[in-house]
Design a protein around this ligand. Structure first.
Ligand SMILES: *Cc1c(COP(=O)(O)O)cnc(C)c1O
Length: 393
């Protein structure tokens, strides 16, 4: 079925399901490592043109291809490259696009490992980096250099829920001859489409909203144009960052409900954020759906909804935060996000503990900051859960 003209929610279900699989209603798991050629000539043709047939599962596989095509269409890209994890996607992009002595410019509060792999490892190969508050466009303009190969942004950023203007960053990057990469994990293609706003590459940790059921780790890279796709894909294959067919099957199943999951999570998040904002024990809360959210204009300009992620700081700092996390019962104390279940975590001691305190503070990650990922449970139960935990502080 031709799906390009269909609307987003229909694409979630049908895009990418182009190949015939004996009439099966869903794409089956092709649990095979290799594929037989019809004859020597066919084998040679498969190596010279990937449309001729599959070769080997690290290179591609029908289940994985269905997922790649589905997500590439949801992001309006040229093609998708599925990876073993979100970090597999991230490091494949780095390896393909960064050269010795090139410069990398990024958001300071970017996902912890996305930053530490550049600072601690790519630095060994001569890659230089600067991490700044990319929500400040003047600072982006000042910090981009002739040798800046990649401008890499995460918006909303993690866990500070700070937005960066994608359209403006695309202009700044392109005027400088640089590539704009956007980590779109927090929004999913449901709420934000960076390639439509000028980004060259978008990637997701599929582990989060897109799969949405806390049972798979996976990643995907989607490029706007063929040129970057052909640069990144062979490298990902050679490094072996490929996805597994079973993983692909589960994500294909998860993505179908992305629209309705996001709708429900956002509705819950809005109710909870309004409740938290009024709570006397809450110092501040950051959630794009609230009127008090500072970047209202940018939020409306580039996002279709406020999402299901929020950060808040309790009065009483780190000790109060710990007490809250040890007292909640419905929310699970765990890292990760974007699942059907509500998760709570403490970035300073967990996801961002790899950064020094000074770097954390510079990135806006205070010691008392709590990150809350809202699931699709009943909002009343989630509020009651927080209420009983707050009473213990
Ligand atoms: C989780 C996450 C990643 C890394 O993804 P994995 O699937 O855990 O490897 C990258 N960026 C963001 C914003 C994330 O939340």
């Amino acid at each position: 079925m031709e799906t390009k003209k269909l609307n987003f929610d229909t694409k979630l279900i049908h895009a990418g399901h182009y190949e015939e699989h004996f009439g099966s209603a869903t794409v089956p798991i092709y649990q095979t490592s290799t594929f037989a050629f019809k004859n020597a000539e066919h084998g040679a043709r498969c190596f010279s043109d990937n449309k001729e047939g599959y070769i080997y599962t690290r290179i591609n596989n029908p289940t994985i291809k269905a997922l790649e095509d589905n997500l590439a269409e949801l992001e309006n890209g040229y093609g998708g490259i599925a990876t073993s994890s979100g970090m597999g996607a991230c490091t494949s992009i780095y390896m393909a696009l960064l050269d010795k002595d090139s410069h990398f410019l990024s958001t300071s509060s970017v996902y912890g490992p996305s930053r530490s792999v550049i600072e601690n490892h790519f630095s060994r190969f001569g890659v230089r980096s600067t991490f700044i508050d990319t929500s400040d466009l003047e600072l982006v303009k000042k910090s981009i250099r002739p040798d800046t190969r990649v401008l890499f942004i995460e918006t909303p950023s993690n866990p500070t829920i700070q937005l960066t203007d994608i359209r403006e960053c695309a202009k700044i990057a392109h005027d400088n001859g640089s590539i704009l990469v956007v980590d779109n994990t927090f929004s999913s293609p449901c709420l934000q489409n960076p390639l439509d706003m000028g980004a060259d590459v978008v990637f997701h940790s599929l582990t989060k909203f897109i799969n949405g059921h806390a049972d798979v780790v996976g990643g995907i890279i989607i490029t706007k144009k063929k040129e970057l796709y052909e640069k990144i894909r062979p490298l990902m294959i050679s490094m072996g960052c490929n996805m597994d067919p079973h993983q692909a099957y589960l994500v294909l199943r998860g993505v179908k409900t992305l629209g309705i999951r996001m709708e429900r999570s956002q509705k819950n998040a809005m109710e909870i954020a309004e409740w938290l904002e009024k709570h006397p024990k809450v110092e501040w809360i950051k959630y794009p759906g609230l009127k008090s959210y500072k970047q209202q204009n940018l939020f409306k300009k580039q996002m279709k909804g406020p999402g299901a992620m929020m950060s808040f700081e309790l009065k009483g700092g780190i000790e109060a935060g710990k007490k809250l996390m040890n007292s909640v019962k419905v929310a699970t104390l765990a890292v990760s996000l974007g699942g059907v279940e509500t998760l709570i975590q403490h970035p300073a001691s967990m996801t961002h503990s790899g950064l020094s305190r000074q770097k954390r503070e510079k990135a806006g990650i205070t010691d008392g900051l709590v990150r809350y990922s809202v699931g699709i449970e009943d909002a009343g139960d989630l509020i009651k859960d927080l209420e009983q935990a707050f009473e213990k502080i």
